[in-house]
Each structure stands twice: as structure tokens, then as C-alpha cells.
Ligand binder design. Structure first.
Ligand SMILES: Nc1ncnc2c1ncn2[C@@H]1O[C@H](COP(=O)(O)OP(=O)(O)OP(=O)(O)O)[C@@H](O)[C@H]1O
Ligand SMILES: [Mg+2]
Length: 315
């Protein structure tokens, strides 16, 4: 605004309040985030869980799950997958969402695919026959989705051992990949249960906004059920804080609450809110390709390094 523009009283009031709130917030809300959150255990490449050893697989399988929509599950799978591939890991991404957003953001046209993970669920096609390399990214492959996957849910409901279908399909691929990242849909239905049953670990992206943690208890109950009935070794690696606005105490309060209430570690650093994220998928890229030196890209690199035990990249 220039000095000659008329002053809108509503905006002036907002600016004044904002100027007051942010410094006060910083003074009164000063617990350090780094002290608050124990880091997850470091992990080197291909430690098999008890169950995956039994199946003869060696890949580490991580489900990225939260039944709340729009919290950056897909963004996290794409960005972490790319960051792990940068670190030399052989990574498989699994699109378990009928919206097929991961498939699209990897530069593939879901409407033009002749095979997808739907065929694995319904026609018993081998996952290896559905898998595709991600164009232009060494070490990154995907099991793509199409809208047909919505029909898989209905089909699975009538099938015996329905929660184990993905685990069985991934087992033969275990030796081809160091890490498998599963992008779960925003529900706790049979597809997410398949993701949690196939995985050794779960990551929970959480948007740093008020009330966003309210579904976490329900997710943890589902994880407990999956442990009891299908996958006793399943571990929660922790929360990835997404769309984090460091200027407000709101985000920090949410993370503190999640840690206090549920005892979940919050991986470091939080991923800051940035418009660069929204720009990337339509170009078939992730934030690390679109804005490689942005804080968001660096955050995902740091989390990937933490997960693999590799030295954290300097900011
Ligand atoms: N750190 C961030 N800052 C700003 N926008 C972000 C950030 N991370 C993700 N987004 C944007 O938020 C939107 C939702 O992200 P995304 O699709 O990854 O969420 P999701 O949890 O997978 O959603 P759904 O539940 O529908 O599958 C997208 O437009 C994405 O570009
Ligand atoms: Mg998604």
C-alpha cells in the first residue's frame, strides 16, 4: 500500500492486532521445538521387520496415513520418496488413493494407464507388472492408481484375507527396493487397512491448525486394531508437521498437544507453509524438483536423512 491509498479501517485493525500478537506470541510461547520432540530411531536402508523377514522381503515399508483430507499425505510421499532417491535409496511409491493424486503429481496421466494397482487388488495381476519407473528420477518407481481403485474397495470387502492383499502383492518386490512409501487415502477404510497391514511403520502428516489433531486418536485406535488382528509389529514413527506457520503460536500449540496427549514423536523440522507446494504437482514434480533450495524442500531432505540415519544436510 502506498501512503496515498485510503486506509481501510478493517485492514488497519488487522495489521495492528497482527503486529501485537506475533511478538507477544514469541515472548510467551517459547518452549523450544527441538527439546519437545524425541527423534525417531535412525534406520539404515533395509532393516527387515520380523514379519517382512518371514515373507522374505527386505524393503522398509512405511505407510503415510491420516484419515483427515488435505494434510499433505501425497505431498509427503512424493517429496520424501524423491529425497530418499537422492540419498541413493531404491524407492517404490504406492498410490492407494482412488483420487490418484500421487500418480498425477509424478507426471503420469491416470486416465491413460492400461494397468494400475486396481488390477493387483481385483485381477491378481503381479505388482511387478503394474510398477513403472518415475520418468526422469533415478531409483524411483511407482505402483500407480486410477479411479478404478474406488471399485476395488467394494471387491475387497467380499474377499477373505482382504486386509493382507497389498502385503502379499508387495512381498515379491521386497528385494528390488530399499524403501516402499504408501500414500493412503483420506479414510480408515479397507484400502488404508491394507496399507497399514503391509507396512512396518506409519508416518502421520498433521496440518498445524486448530482441531487438526482431533482425528489422531481415531487413527491410533485403528492402528491398534491392525496390530491386534493383522500386523503386530506395526510401529508409529511419528508425526510430520505440515503447512507450519512459524509466526503463530497456533501451530506450536497443536504440535505440543499431539505430543502431550498421544506421546507421539514429532519429526524435525516442521514443513513450513508455502505456495511453492501447490505449484509443483501440476508440473509433474515435487517441491525438491520445483524449488530445490526452498525451506520445504530442505525440510523433507532433513526428514529423509533422519529416517535413514544419513547426516542431516546443512540448511
Ligand atoms: N507445506 C505446504 N504448504 C502449503 N501447501 C501445501 C504444503 N504441503 C502440501 N500443500 C498443498 O496442500 C494440498 C493438499 O496436499 P496433499 O494432496 O498432499 O494432501 P493429502 O493429505 O494427500 O490430501 P487427500 O487427503 O485429499 O489425499 C495440495 O494442494 C498441496 O500442494
Ligand atoms: Mg492424498
Amino acid at each position: 500500500m502506498t501512503l496515498l491509498e485510503p486506509v481501510d479501517p478493517a485492514n488497519a485493525l488487522f495489521d495492528a492486532v497482527h503486529l501485537l500478537v506475533v511478538p507477544l506470541d514469541d515472548i510467551f510461547w517459547s518452549f523450544p521445538l527441538d527439546d519437545m520432540v524425541p527423534p525417531p530411531p535412525p534406520f539404515h536402508g533395509s532393516r527387515p521387520s520380523t514379519r517382512s523377514r518371514r515373507l522374505g522381503a527386505v524393503a522398509r515399508i512405511v505407510a503415510v496415513a491420516n484419515q483427515k483430507g488435505g494434510v499433505a499425505k501425497t505431498t509427503t510421499v512424493h517429496s520424501l520418496g524423491f529425497a530418499l532417491a537422492e540419498l541413493g535409496r531404491r524407492v517404490l511409491l504406492v498410490d492407494l488413493d482412488p483420487q490418484a493424486c500421487l500418480t498425477f503429481s509424478l507426471g503420469l496421466d491416470p486416465d491413460g494407464l492400461d494397468r494400475s494397482i486396481h488390477d493387483v487388488f481385483v485381477r491378481k495381476t503381479k505388482a511387478a507388472d503394474v510398477r513403472r519407473p518415475v520418468p526422469g528420477v533415478e531409483g524411483l518407481a511407482v505402483l500407480p492408481a486410477t479411479i478404478d481403485l474406488a471399485g476395488s474397495e467394494v471387491h475387497l470387502l467380499t474377499r477373505t484375507g482382504r486386509e493382507h492383499v497389498l502385503a502379499r502383492a508387495l512381498a515379491p518386490l521386497g528385494e528390488d527396493h530399499d524403501v516402499v512409501l504408501i500414500d493412503c487415502p483420506p479414510s480408515l477404510g479397507v484400502l488404508t487397512i491394507n496399507g497399514l497391514t503391509a507396512a512396518g511403520e506409519v508416518l502421520v502428516p498433521l496440518q498445524c491448525e486448530a482441531l487438526s489433531y482431533r482425528g489422531v486418536g481415531q487413527l491410533l485406535e485403528t492402528i491398534d486394531d491392525v496390530r491386534a488382528f493383522a500386523n503386530p509389529d506395526l510401529q508409529v514413527l511419528g508425526v510430520i508437521a505440515t503447512m507450519y506457520d512459524e509466526r503463530t503460536r497456533h501451530g506450536r500449540a497443536v504440535l505440543h498437544d499431539v505430543h502431550e496427549r498421544y506421546g507421539l514423536p514429532v519429526l524435525q523440522p516442521p514443513v513450513r507453509k508455502s505456495v511453492r507446494f501447490a505449484e509443483a504437482p501440476s508440473r509433474g514434480r515435487c517441491i525438491l524438483q520445483h524449488a530445490p533450495r526452498s525451506p520445504g524442500a530442505e525440510a523433507y531432505r532433513a526428514i529423509a536423512a533422519q529416517l535413514t540415519g544419513a547426516p542431516r544436510p546443512s540448511a
